[in-house]
Ligand binder design. Sequence first.
Ligand code: ADP
Ligand code: MG
Length: 291
Amino acid sequence: ATPMSVMVGVGKAAEYGVLIRQGDALQTAGKIDLVILDKTGTITEGHPAVTRVHALDGDDNKLLALAAGLEQHSEHPLAEAIVAKAKEENITPDKVSGFEALNGKGVIGQANGQSLRLGNRRWLEAEGLSVNSLSDAAKGITDEAGTPLYLALGNSVLGVIGVADAIKPDSKAAIERLHDSGIKVMMVTGDIEATARAISDAAGIDDFRAEVLPEDKADVVNEMRKQGYTVAMVGDGINDAPALAASDVGFAIGTGTDVAIESASITLMRGSLHGVPDAIEISQATVKNIR
Ligand code: ADP
Ligand code: MG
């Protein structure tokens, strides 16, 4: 495309809230045949809420106080949900020291002189803790597309908390538009298989990869590019930045983290996934106009 037609296309895209930060992204966008979407904050609202609190000893308030004590030190959307729930229930978070967040695993600190951990099953099992006694409660959580987070104090597992995040109202329609243009849509998430499947089914996604560690999201992008796809990556988080940079065209959600925005060539100012098919259509029109 000529510099002039690119300018026109960039202007047109801006009207749709699609901010093209690199001119060549507009030309590449028309060739995209695979869109890889992050889950939390990209397909979903990114404002999860607690759906279930299940303590093995029946003391749900104590469970929530410990969990909120840990999560008040974290900025993860899952953490905000747990802290908000405690507040709503007028539960004072327990004092937790030595907080640490472990990417893709959970959070750890010290309470009552013991280590306190809240995170996913894979991590707790790797630490030698069994969560089998909570499998019924966990199934109830994943059936509702929620994420089970297990709490352990020292070597005892105390219970599970379910946190679920609603799908953005227009995600499904935007994904349908991509399908109508013959584009394949995949999801990558750090979340577990059961939750990923529920979200993927509800949003009409073709394929997904679950339990992908933050540092491995870029590998999925590279793998699909090697298969010959022109890959768009769409994400909002720090953990999406390497995948955004590795993709042919990176789309950052405008309300997402600065690191994601800086790693992407396009910003979706409205936060809606419709910006992706918008950019692709404008790109195709731009390239066609100059022929
Ligand atoms: P996503 O790719 O879906 O944005 P993340 O990589 O941020 O997910 O997190 C993956 C998983 O790690 C979460 O589903 C959760 O099990 C665990 N995790 C991450 N941060 C926290 C936290 N603050 N509290 C509890 N669990 C967490
Ligand atoms: Mg995200």
